[in-house]
Design a protein around this ligand. Structure first.
Ligand code: PGA
Length: 237
């Protein structure tokens, strides 16, 4: 089995002093991908971490004040891009058309994509989790060059589990991850790697790590504290 991937999504957290302190404490644990605020990417790159952007512009270049393009991110050594995170879908109103455009930009700049999909609590209660996820996958990956699909990882992130301390049962995660793999395989003849994200922490990682079809974890809150994140990295490797 190939190595599992641990990705830290720092969201809009940490000041420069905190980032410097974080980097010094993580020197022996570069076996992960860090997705800090754009401002701090060069610090992590200079310290030899694999890094990901938390977002990208859907445009190629030009007069888009405040935006950062996939080409620019790639040019400074960014390896991955998180695209379609539920916080951007919800707060910034990114729809599947926008997410699809961003996926294409990322892939054309040779960035690996971490495409986030997942259901709300309401959708889960209505029993339409798979419908929602299938729609997101098909819409977000429409017209992706077939040969680029191996650069796309999917992160299954139930929205109700993000930052809440609630986690689905292992069987539920297994079922959805297998559904995601089958759905992408049917369309692209390729089985993608699938990460789990949503309240992964240093306490539940041992249990989550026993799910045999999960290829890694996208960690939010717990990646901000080196001791907690190190426990996760150590457990998964
Ligand atoms: P969380 O966030 O680990 O804090 O729940 C995960 C994410 O949003 O990617």
């Amino acid at each position: 089995m190939t190595k599992k991937l641990v990705v830290g999504n720092m969201k809009m957290n940490l000041t420069l002093d905190e980032v410097k302190d974080y980097i010094s404490k993580m020197q022996d644990y570069k076996d992960c991908v860090i997705c800090p605020s754009y401002l701090y990417l060069p610090y992590f790159i200079d310290a030899d971490f694999l890094v990901g952007a938390q977002n990208l512009s859907l445009y190629e270049k030009g007069a888009y004040t405040g935006e950062v393009s996939a080409i620019q991110a790639s040019s400074i050594g960014v390896d991955y891009a998180i695209i379609g995170h539920s916080e951007r879908r919800l707060f910034i109103h990114e729809d599947d058309l926008i997410v699809n455009a961003k996926v294409k930009r990322a892939l054309s700049s040779k960035l690996k994509v971490i495409l986030c999909v997942g259901e709300t609590r309401e959708e889960k209660n209505l029993g339409i989790t798979k419908d929602k996820i299938e729609k997101q996958l098909l819409d977000d990956l429409v017209d992706i060059p077939k040969e680029d699909i191996s650069d796309v990882l999917i992160a299954y992130e139930p929205i109700w589990a993000i930052g809440t301390g609630e986690v689905p049962l292992n069987e539920e995660i297994h079922d959805i991850v297998s559904f995601i793999k089958k759905t992408v395989k049917k369309e692209f003849h390729y089985t993608p790697k699938v990460l789990y994200g949503g309240s992964t922490n240093e306490k539940n990682i041992e249990e989550l790590n026993t799910i045999d079809n999960v290829d890694g974890f996208l960690v939010g809150g717990a990646c901000l504290v080196p001791d907690k994140f190190i426990k996760i990295i150590e457990t998964v490797k």
